[in-house]
Design a protein around this ligand. Structure first.
Ligand code: ZN
Length: 500
């Protein structure tokens, strides 16, 4: 059984699956794993619902490397109260959330979105805060036993937001007179917070079980950092049992995505590929495929350079096998769960990504690429697929491709001087070309070998003739396929011109 079906089989009918990410930095491929894991389980479940909770009331913890120094003044303030970085969003939180929400929509994820600052403002947390404050000794004991936190007797599981300096976690609580929490802040201010509002929030280790209880969460994917012994999952499950008297959700622990050669992706360290970037170079179904084919518990090494092409190729192969009925049950599910926009009615015809890497560097127009690679034998959506993939390939070449795959065909003949042997080679090659009825990439390639042998020219020199004439450089893409992709007339003209 596919992992999503296994997890879903553990859940009650109409399960509520919750995910949450703090919008403190660019949301990246690693964080997409959380919501895509939730989405897969939702799809596999019996009428499940998926929730994305944006921790917009969380404070800015520090000035991250991607922030200007002026953000120092906002450290400790809730993200939704901090001004937007670029000035065009309502808040710091929205600056990162908006592109993320667009990304998840494009990935075909259907979920409802909740903002914690609104949940607090609407009074949703009131009952939970009261219960936690009333059982604060039980909570303190759980935190000390499980997480080895030594808390003072005066500790409260509640953090008021100072009504003067606007910071969280800078206050000492003096007393609780339902519904008010009286506090004194390090800034000197003394005030009271109303637990029915967003005057304050629960600390993370209490907030998590509180929201499970408030919303009735049945399943939650969680990063492995939360799942360590003594981590917030451990204490959260104790708190929900002992304070709220209900069982914890079904956990699905997921592993990090490593960026090849750099380490685990995280937005605070800046080691990450942004959600928008990944969508700009891969079709949504291929991003989903990467995560659907891998169990959440296995780590993924993501390499956006050349290995990206293997990933796309693997997807294309699975896709064609799907329509040929050649897939095992698990792979079939992987393909189905990878679809962002429903399973295509007809088998798609896709131009291989690898192939397009050359085509987009040779042709400007999609029609030319269509002509040379597909022709007429395909369905109505395939042209759209080519447009989409060609755009992604261009983005990949501009941003992630290694230099050696980049080239541009010179519009004018570069300066070339051929020696006697090379001229002889090219003459023979040209006349053989004109004798071949049907060009094939392997044929054009092996013809270089045999012709070079005939005239006693080294293979390297023979190959480089083509690259010099066409690209003005010594090396280039695999020759047979490359020549096949170039307009035939243009190629013949160019080769002849080199002999003049
Ligand atoms: Zn203050």
């Amino acid at each position: 059984m596919h992992w999503a079906d296994v997890e879903a089989s553990e859940l009650p009918p109409e399960p509520l699956i919750a995910t949450g990410i703090t919008p403190s930095g660019p949301i990246h491929l690693g964080s997409l794993r959380e919501i895509l894991t939730g989405d897969a389980i939702k799809r596999a479940s019996d009428s499940g619902k998926l929730l994305y909770i944006a921790d917009s009331i969380d404070p800015l913890r520090r000035v991250y490397p991607f922030l200007e120094e002026s953000y120092e003044q906002y450290v400790g303030m809730p993200l939704h109260d901090i001004p937007c970085i670029c000035g065009s969003h309502a808040s710091y939180a929205d600056h990162y959330l908006e592109p993320f929400l667009e990304t998840i929509e494009q990935l075909g994820i259907e979920c409802s979105v909740k903002y914690t600052h609104k949940m607090y403002a609407e009074g949703l947390y009131e009952g939970a805060i009261r219960k936690l404050i009333e059982s604060r000794n039980v909570v303190a004991q759980i935190l000390s036993e499980k997480a080895n936190r030594q808390l003072e007797d005066s500790w409260y599981p509640y953090n008021p937001i100072c009504n003067d300096c606007g910071r969280l976690g800078t206050t000492d609580i003096l007393s609780f007179e339902d519904p008010f929490v009286h506090y004194r802040c390090k800034c000197g201010n003394q005030g009271k917070a109303d637990i029915r509002t967003d005057d304050g929030k629960l600390p993370w280790r209490c907030d998590w079980p509180a929201r499970w209880w408030i919303l009735g969460v049945d399943c939650e994917p969680l990063g492995k950092d939360h799942a360590t012994s003594g981590g917030s999952w451990d204490t959260g499950t104790e708190i929900i049992k002992k304070v709220f008297g209900t069982p914890p959700p079904h956990p699905v622990v997921y592993e990090w995505i490593q960026l090849k050669g750099k380490g685990a992706m995280s937005s605070s360290s800046g080691i990450a590929i942004k959600g928008e970037d990944i969508l700009a170079m891969l079709e949504p179904e291929i991003i989903r495929f990467l995560l659907m084919k891998t169990k959440p518990q296995s780590h993924i090494d993501f390499d956006p350079a050349l290995p990206l092409l293997d990933l796309v190729e693997e997807y294309d192969q699975i896709e064609s096998k799907y329509y040929d009925g050649e897939l095992e049950e698990d792979e079939k599910r992987t393909y189905e769960l990878s679809q962002a926009d429903g399973i295509p009615e007809y088998p798609p015809t896709r131009v291989p990504y690898r192939h397009l890497v050359n085509l987009v560097q040779i042709y400007d127009s999609v029609d030319d690429m269509w002509e040379i690679s597909v022709g007429d034998e395909c369905g109505p959506d395939d042209y759209e697929r080519l447009i989409e993939r060609a755009e992604k390939v261009r983005y990949w070449i501009d941003n992630f491709a290694p230099d050696f795959v980049k080239f541009s065909i010179k519009k004018e003949m570069p300066d070339v001087t051929l020696d006697e042997n090379q001229r002889l080679f090219l003459e023979k090659y040209l006349s053989s070309l004109e004798e071949i009825d049907e060009w094939r990439d392997d044929l054009l390639h092996s013809l270089v070998h045999s012709t070079a042998e005939e005239v006693n020219l080294s293979k390297g020199k023979a190959f480089s003739i083509f690259y010099t004439i066409l690209l003005g450089q010594k090396r280039g893409p695999k020759l047979g396929r490359f020549l096949m992709q170039i307009d035939r007339e243009f190629l013949l003209q160019r080769l002849k011109k080199a002999l003049k």
